[in-house]
Design a protein around this ligand. Structure first.
Ligand SMILES: C[S@@+](CC[C@H](N)C(=O)[O-])C[C@H]1O[C@@H](n2cnc3c(N)ncnc32)[C@H](O)[C@@H]1O
Length: 228
């Protein structure tokens, strides 16, 4: 554990890191050229209350992947392929995104959506426990992306960090957990998840092999770059 100051906010109201009006402005700046299937996927997320990264973070993931010329990406927790859409675009025709999810129905939907966007041939989607599927792969990755159940975050960091190439990235979504990480009193969605996310974030910032930063957009996205 690092010597991070104890959270000092006594207010149990959840916090939105970036003012929604500012996020709306930022979203308005994004290009309008993305595939129409994205809107279908976003509408489905709203209907089912399914937690996708949404467009601002999606565009951020694509930018991160392109900035290091990523060609091989592992996703822990792919849902029905929304975040994979952005990574698959970034890796190009020769690249590969290995997707994982516990729910076979998500794989079926991902195939349908990503085929429509002409990206399915860059995706290798497996169903099961992401940690187990990761252990069945070889070699290093340009990016390991973590979006599984939050109680598993520290474990995912531990298994992923040694399998990222120098100059590669570890990225995880929801690391501010709607502000709970900075609060004294809060209602946990699942007992222990907030503490797991805090532990995960502290381990990453304390790791001398990585340069780390949290982008506070939406629910907070951590990016840790392995030093060369
Ligand atoms: C937040 S959603 C992923 C959303 C996706 N990254 C996106 O933005 O489009 C989390 C997904 O991870 C899956 N999941 C959670 N824990 C998992 C685990 N340990 N192994 C495999 N899948 C897991 C859930 O079934 C769910 O579909």
């Amino acid at each position: 554990m690092t010597d991070i100051q104890s959270p000092t906010l006594p207010n149990p109201t959840l916090l939105i890191p970036v003012n929604p009006a500012i996020e709306s402005y930022m979203r308005g700046l994004l290009g309008k050229t993305d595939h129409p299937i994205l809107t279908v996927m976003e509408n489905l997320a709203r209907e089912r209350n399914f937690p996708i990264v949404d467009r601002l973070v999606g565009a951020f993931l694509e930018t991160q992947a392109r900035s290091i010329n990523a060609k091989r990406i592992f996703e822990f927790g792919s849902g029905y392929g929304y975040s994979a859409y952005w990574f698959a675009k970034a890796v190009g025709e020769q690249g590969q995104v290995i997707c994982t999810d516990g729910d076979p129905l998500n794989k079926e939907q991902a195939e349908q959506f990503l085929s429509e966007a002409n990206l399915w041939d860059r995706v290798d989607f497996h169903t099961g426990i992401a940690q187990t599927l990761f252990a069945q792969t070889d070699g290093v990755f340009d990016i390991c992306y973590n979006d599984v159940d939050k109680g598993d975050y520290p474990e995912i960091w531990q298994i992923a960090k040694d399998r990222i190439r120098p100059g590669g990235l570890y990225i995880a979504d929801n690391v501010l957990w709607h502000g709970r990480v900075a609060m004294v009193e809060f209602e946990d969605v699942v007992p222990g998840w907030t503490e797991a996310i805090r532990d995960h974030n502290e381990q990453i910032f304390a790791d001398p092999d990585f340069d780390s930063y949290i982008n506070p957009t939406r629910d907070g996205v951590i990016v840790a770059r392995k030093k060369l």
